[in-house]
Design a protein around this ligand. Structure first.
Ligand code: WTA
Length: 654
């Protein structure tokens, strides 16, 4: 852990221009004026009120049980069905004809799915899962593209009380293998391929590779036909989704499950080599995702919302599936890449569908800043009324550009800070009430208690930076790490007793507003995706050429951070290494073992790693050099000349 740093520091003490809400933006909002005050006055009452917006088959009488921290139980004696809340109740309320999802395939095919359609499809999928023997409490793994079936499958799991474990479609076979083993899934749902940049990404083959060796829990693989792509079907294990749906009834009676029933597991990188399977509840999770969706994005009945994340990340879970659908919203779901067939694609979609709220990551914004404002500007983006940012710190320049170029100098930008562990937004401005500051997350969500503290656990003063902690339990908090309660305690709750430590640094400005500064631990953030330095290091030393490795997240103009690795090759392998392109080999190895998102930007084979006398690798020095800066203080190293040699090597590469 090291003290936070960032380009926002001067903003903490210097007054900056802010953007008060425009009267025409505020008109017609349903966000109550005094939300924060009400929540502060009665936090539990406030959350109970939010939870009562959901439909409960058995109303709860308890709000929070915090008798066994850090394992919270919210609304625990209540029962509800999450799928009913996301689908059936809207149909029952006469909104069956409202569009739930405007789905757009990368090749240009489209589907319009109303709430009535969604109702039918989710019921069919629920019947299908039950036909295959899936029961409440079972885990189902999903390795799927951004297609409607993914949403149907997630909601079908929720409907029957099965716990889904979605694996992002860019992850590798070994990542699937470890996640499937960790969650104990008996069924995997995948597709014969996904469309990505005009090509087919072979999802099914990757699942086959993951399951090739025995010793895993998977018994069946259900395959959605999506891409133009032939796949082998394993006899007795693999089934086609469309064939299995034949003759299945489209009516399914849903029953309620306890609020604390596990809705999903989602694996995320941590500070050790092994990904953590965070698991979330049903009632508390849905209450907070639904509340934050309508509040952070100031939802209106006619809005067309679009979250550009992949459903395989928590952002997709909370703000493509559960948050929007719980509110009966209309949204866009786009299968493919933002730059296929050209960089105009996103803006064409915004224009064609009249998107009103667009939620994306700073990496994408910075990418467009680089490509040039003429790309968004050749489209009519006047339907947009609000923009959102998530996943990584947004620099003030990118914030201003987002507002000016994409938001026509008019739209508010809401920067939302949260994590896989928090389930839903934790820090975000209320766009109808706050004067927005470029680059600041501003205030905790109503009902959330945040404190920025020093390493000694003392609250920082206005104008200072520190570590971001959460001091009170919240409804959508992860309930644990699947199968490893102790790791949950150790990872998040042990540094500062009684508080959740997020692993992020933050500053507090003179007005008390929060500025998010990124990770302070060994987690990197590349294009808004979390990667663990330790995990990549252990994959590298698993390669036969490599004796030691050190990985750092180096600042990158577009992706926020980039993976840069330094390796020491085994003496015994020097000859073998001389005959191949070591860098290409190792970059490929990481991509194959974890996924393309983890592929290092550079791999430097070095003679030695910089170590202190106690043998600790000084990653900070490597990070400085990888960022083109001077290495810094090398006086604690056993041998300072090691760093000189590395600096030379990195400079020579340019
Ligand atoms: C980072 C994504 C600054 C942060 C929702 C956090 C952010 C990690 C922001 C969680 C933001 C997310 N400003 N940093 N608005 N949002 N982060 O679990 O470092 O994929 O700890 O959840 O992303 O990443 P995760």
């Amino acid at each position: 852990m090291s003290a936070p740093e960032g380009d926002k520091i001067d903003k903490l003490i210097n007054p900056i221009e802010s953007y008060p809400p425009a009267p025409e933006f505020v008109a017609g909002t349903s966000i109550p004026e005094n939300l924060r005050e009400r929540a502060a006055a009665d936090r539990l009452g406030f959350w109970a009120e939010q939870a009562r917006e959901l439909e409960w088959s058995k109303p709860f009488t308890e709000v929070l049980d915090w008798s066994n921290p850090p394992f919270a139980r919210w609304f625990a004696d209540g029962e509800l069905n999450v799928a009913v809340n996301c689908v059936d109740r809207h149909v029952a309320a006469g909104r069956g004809d409202k569009v739930a999802i405007h789905w757009i395939g990368e090749p240009g095919d489209t589907r319009t799915i109303t709430y009535a359609d969604l109702h039918r499809e989710v019921q069919r999928a629920a019947n299908l899962l039950e036909k295959l023997g899936v029961r409440a409490g079972d885990v189902v793994t999903l390795y799927l593209p951004m297609i409607p079936e993914t949403v149907f499958a997630m909601l079908a799991c929720a409907r029957i009380g099965a716990t889904h474990s979605v694996i992002f479609g860019g992850f590798s076979a070994s990542a699937i293998r470890s996640r499937v083993e960790n969650s104990g899934a008996k069924l995997v749902i995948t597709a014969n391929g996904s469309n990505r940049k005009g090509r087919v990404f072979p999802l099914k083959e990757t699942v086959d590779e993951a399951l090739a060796e025995p010793g895993h829990p998977v018994e069946q693989v259900l395959v959605v036909q999506r891409a133009e792509h032939e796949v082998d079907m394993v006899e007795g294990r693999d089934l086609w989704w469309h064939e299995q749906l034949e003759g299945v009834s489209d009516s399914h009676e849903a029953k309620g499950f306890p609020a604390e029933h596990p809705l999903f597991i989602l694996h995320t990188s941590g500070t050790t080599g092994v990904p953590k399977g965070l698991w979330h509840s049903s009632g508390g999770y849905l209450a907070q995702t639904a509340f934050t969706f309508r509040t952070s994005f100031d939802q209106r009945e006619d809005d067309v919302f679009w979250c550009s994340a992949d459903v395989g990340w928590v952002t997709g879970h909370s703000y493509i599936v559960y948050g929007p659908l719980a509110n009966g919203a209309t949204q866009i779901m786009y299968e493919g890449a933002h730059d296929f067939p050209s960089l105009d694609r996103w803006f064409e979609i915004i224009e064609e569908y009249g998107v009103t709220a667009f939620y994306t990551a700073p990496t994408a914004i910075r990418g467009y800043m680089k490509s040039g404002r003429e790309i968004p500007q050749r489209h009519d983006l006047s339907s947009l009324r609000l923009l959102g940012s998530v996943g990584e710190p947004i620099n003030p320049e990118a914030w201003e550009w987002f507002r000016e170029v994409i938001g026509s100098n008019r739209t508010p930008i809401v920067d939302t800070w949260w994590q896989t562990e928090t389930g839903a937004h934790m820090i975000a401005p209320i766009a109808t009430q706050d004067a927005l500051k470029p680059g600041s997350g501003q205030k905790p969500v109503p009902g959330i208690s945040v404190e920025v503290i020093t390493e000694q656990g003392e609250r920082v003063n206005p104008g200072e930076m520190g570590l971001l902690t959460i001091t009170e339990p919240w409804p959508s908090m992860a309930r644990g790490i699947w199968g490893d309660d102790q790791r949950f305690i150790d990872t998040y709750w042990s540094q500062f007793p009684g508080r959740y430590f997020a692993g992020d640094g933050a500053g507090v400005d003179l007005d008390g507003d929060l500025w998010l500064l990124g990770r302070v631990d060994d987690v990197m953030n590349v294009s808004g995706h979390r990667l663990s330095t330790t995990e990549i290091e252990s994959v590298l030393v698993d390669h036969e050429l490599v004796a030691e490795s050190a990985v750092v997240g180096a600042e990158d103009e577009t992706t926020g951070q980039a993976v840069v690795s330094f390796v020491v090759l085994k003496d015994s392998q020097r000859e073998a290494a001389a005959s191949i392109d070591v860098e290409a080999e190792l970059r490929g190895h990481v991509a194959k073992r974890i996924g393309a998102i983890a592929r290092p930007r550079a791999v430097y084979p070095v003679a030695e790693l910089p170590k202190t006398r106690s043998g600790k690798i000084m990653r900070r020095l490597l990070k400085n050099v990888a960022e083109g800066k001077p290495a810094g203080d090398t006086s604690t190293l056993t041998d300072a000349s090691v760093m000189d040699a590395i600096t030379e090597q990195v400079r020579a590469r340019g």
